[in-house]
Design a protein around this ligand. Structure first.
Ligand code: KIV
Length: 278
C-alpha cells in the first residue's frame, strides 16, 4: 500500500480544457531539483531546448540533440509529480517527415515518461501535428518567434509589430489548432495580435513575450530568477539569485582557503570516541 497521498499528474486534455477558465502557469526546468520546486506551483513544466543556451552556453538552440532532451526530460519527470511535463523536439529531429517526427516522439515519450511534446512551426507542421495526435502523441505547438529558425529569420526579434504581418501568424495558429494540438506557445508577438489569436483558436495560447491576452504564460526559469546574463525585454525578473549564489561561493572559497571549512560540525568522529563532532 502506498504511504504517499496519490497525486494525479495533469494531462494534455486537462490543459486543453483550461481554455477560457483559469490562466495556465508554465515554466521551464531541466533538472530534478528545480523541477521539484516548479512542480509545486505550475501546471506545465517545459523541458525546453533553451537548455542548449542556458545549460550548455550555446549561442542558439540549433545544436541541441534528441539525446540531450531525453536526458533532461527524464530528470524532470523524476523530480516532478503533478505538473504536465512537455519535452521539446530539437531542430533536425522532426522536420524531415511526419514519420521521423513520430519516431522522435516515441523515443522521447518511452524514455522519459513525459506527457506531451512541443514542436515549432505553424502551417508547415500542420500535417505532422495531425499525424502525431492521431497516433497517441499530445502536441503543444509553437508559433510567432520560432528560435530554431534563427538561421533563416536572422535575429530573435518580435513578430507581428506591423498589422500587415498578422495574417500568416494567425493562419499558423489556426492550422496548429485545427491539426489537433492541445495548446500553442505564442512567442514574442505584439499584444493585439496575441489577443486576436487567443480569440480565434479553441486551444489555450501560452504566451512568452505575447502579453496577458494569452490563456497562460511561460518563462525560462533561469531568466525569471535573474540567473541569465542577458534576457529579452519581456522577461520580468522575479528574483535576483545571481548575487546570492556568488556570495555563498565567495564565502565557501574564503573558508576553504582559511581552513575554516570543514569545521567540527562537518566531519565524522570515530565511533565511541566523544568529541566535538560526535
Ligand atoms: O525552449 C524553450 O524554453 C521554449 C520556451 C521559450 C517556450 O521553447
Amino acid at each position: 500500500m502506498s504511504t504517499q497521498a496519490e497525486v494525479r499528474r495533469l494531462t494534455a486534455p486537462d490543459i486543453r480544457a483550461r481554455k477560457g477558465t483559469t490562466p495556465i502557469v508554465a515554466l521551464t526546468s531541466y533538472h530534478a531539483h528545480t523541477a521539484r520546486i516548479v512542480d509545486r506551483h505550475c501546471d506545465v513544466i517545459l523541458v525546453g531546448d533553451s537548455l542548449g543556451m542556458v545549460m550548455h552556453g550555446l549561442e542558439t538552440t540549433v545544436p541541441v540533440t534528441l539525446d540531450m532532451m531525453i536526458l533532461q526530460g527524464h530528470a524532470v519527470m523524476r523530480g516532478s509529480r503533478q505538473a504536465l511535463v512537455v519535452v521539446d523536439l530539437p531542430f533536425g529531429s522532426y522536420e524531415a517527415s511526419k514519420e521521423q517526427a513520430f519516431m522522435s516522439c516515441a523515443r522521447v515519450m518511452k524514455e522519459t515518461g513525459c506527457g506531451a511534446i512541443k514542436l515549432e512551426g505553424g502551417r508547415r507542421m500542420a500535417e505532422t501535428i495531425a499525424f502525431l495526435t492521431t497516433r497517441g502523441v499530445p502536441v503543444m505547438g509553437h508559433i510567432g518567434l520560432t528560435p530554431q529558425a534563427i538561421n533563416t529569420i536572422g535575429s530573435f526579434r518580435a513578430q507581428g509589430r506591423d498589422e500587415k504581418d498578422w495574417a500568416p501568424i494567425e493562419e499558423d495558429a489556426r492550422a496548429v489548432a485545427e491539426a489537433g494540438a492541445f495548446s500553442v506557445v505564442v512567442e514574442a508577438v505584439a499584444e493585439p495580435l496575441a489577443a486576436r489569436i487567443t480569440a480565434q483558436v479553441e486551444i489555450p495560447t501560452i504566451g512568452i513575450g505575447a502579453s496577458a491576452a494569452c490563456d497562460g504564460q511561460i518563462l525560462v526559469l533561469e531568466d525569471m530568477l535573474g540567473l541569465s546574463p542577458r534576457v529579452p525585454r519581456f522577461v520580468k525578473r522575479y528574483g535576483d539569485l545571481g548575487p546570492g549564489i556568488g556570495a555563498a561561493i565567495e564565502a565557501y572559497a574564503a573558508d576553504v582557503r582559511a581552513r575554516a571549512f570543514p569545521g567540527p560540525d562537518n566531519v565524522y568522529a570515530m565511533r565511541g570516541k566523544p568529541g566535538k563532532s560526535s
